[in-house]
Design a protein around this ligand. Sequence first.
Ligand SMILES: [Zn+2]
Length: 104
Amino acid sequence: MIRIQYKRGKYCPVFVCDQCGKPITDHASGIEVAPIQAAEGELLACYHVHQGTCDEAMERRLGAVCGWEDLGVHVARLLHNTKINGKVLRDSLHRAQLLDSITL
Ligand SMILES: [Zn+2]
């Protein structure tokens, strides 16, 4: 899931593991998990989890055949599917870095 975390005077979006409830702080340790049986056009819930025990527990919890995607690829596909690319992405990253560098 995505949540907003208030930390050091700032509100920052973070991925939170849908299984253990802890933040996923490195894309390399997270994946997206979702059931893979769907009808054409159907919208499915997807879950962000830590790789390993959390994703295994999530698949057992869902009780369905699931697919998974590296968190970095998942985010890149979201950006692509919402037409956030090129200049928009560079400008947004610049704004995010500026916001992150502000000390309150
Ligand atoms: Zn977890």
